[in-house]
Design a protein around this ligand. Structure first.
Ligand code: FRU
Length: 318
């Protein structure tokens, strides 16, 4: 090869390296995360695990906003994240109706949107990640039937305390539960649609009123653990907590699992927080991988048979 051709090859190599180097370095991403609230321990764990996963990726900046249980604030938070032109948006909506329009707007502006835990009224987003709340409701119903005497023989009165009635998990948890317990002629569910908005103190008030009006309640089914605990406290303050069972949902180790271990709740059902998966899925999508429209997280029944083992696994028992 001539001297000249060597020179041209070197020049060519230089240009290839010079122009492709920035592309070879990992691309930087900003992911916005609009969280509905941080009141419940489940939400705190959700935020913690989202940050933990985000911190594993050096090329990622995570911006977290807390809507403090306000739909108006959550809309403003999402507007702000859209105006910052985040590369992807994670949203766990306070409720379905109030957040649908702004989430649709984010998608329309070209931002991939990941809806987490509570769904909206349509599917104009990239992906939904959450547990199967209908299945969880059904599993809770099966537990209730077993506690009340078994299939075909169950007898008793159930008080159900709803989570936020404008949110999809509350409806799915109700429908799944009723699908199962309504098959038992000996079971009756009190005909009151109590909206506890996922809050322990509201559940305490609802349960106190219900216990004073209906003396024969055998089981409380609350749509999350904080509300099941609120109902337990109400029963304890009236001296009747031993007469009934308490079922909750979430099953986080330091809360629901601990309450089951302590004999406060009879059962809880794991409702895995979706933040870690959301970061992974968003990154995959941003890097051009194909992802599914829906990612369903697993659940698990937690009762006296496995609560201790779970606490040990998490280093919460000596
Ligand atoms: C926390 C929470 C959880 C519940 C979930 C349902 O805000 O109430 O306890 O499982 O939201 O969306």
């Amino acid at each position: 090869m001539s001297q000249k051709s060597y020179k041209s090859i070197w020049i060519l190599l230089f240009y290839i390296l010079f122009y492709s180097a920035p592309a070879l370095a990992a691309e930087r991403y900003i992911i916005g995360f609009s969280q509905a609230t941080t009141t419940e321990p489940w939400r705190l764990l959700f935020n913690q695990l989202t940050r933990h996963e985000a911190n594993k990726h050096e090329n990622l900046t995570l911006l977290v906003r807390n809507a403090q249980d306000s739909v108006t604030k959550q809309i403003a938070d999402i507007e702000e994240l859209i105006s910052r032109k985040v590369d992807a948006l994670l949203v766990s909506p306070k409720e379905a109706e109030g957040l649908t329009e702004i989430i649709n707007r984010a998608s329309k502006s070209g931002i991939p949107v990941f809806v987490l835990d509570r769904d909206i009224l349509n599917k104009n987003y990239t992906q939904f990640i959450g547990g199967d709340n209908t299945l969880i409701g059904r599993n809770a119903g099966t537990f209730a039937i077993d506690y009340l005497g078994g299939k075909g023989k169950a007898k008793g009165v159930i008080l159900e305390i709803w989570g936020g009635q404008n949110s999809t998990p509350a409806h799915d948890r109700h429908n799944g539960f009723r699908d199962i317990v309504d098959q038992e002629s000996g079971i009756s569910c009190l005909n009151v649609k109590n909206d506890g908005d996922w809050k322990q103190d509201k559940a305490y008030q609802i349960a106190t009123r219900a216990f004073q009006t209906h003396k024969n309640i055998d089981l409380v089914y609350a749509h999350n653990d904080p509300m099941a605990y609120g109902a337990f406290l109400a029963a304890r303050d009236l001296g009747i907590e031993k007469k009934m069972a308490f079922i909750g949902i979430d099953g986080i180790p330091a809360e629901g699992v601990r309450w089951v271990y302590d004999g406060i709740l009879d059962a809880t059902f794991l409702y895995k927080t979706p933040g870690g998966d959301a970061i992974q899925q968003a990154l995959r999508h941003l890097q051009g991988e194909k992802i599914n429209k829906k990612l369903t997280l697993p659940t698990l029944k937690i009762d006296k048979n496995n609560a201790e083992q779970i606490l040990r696994q998490h280093g919460l028992l000596n």
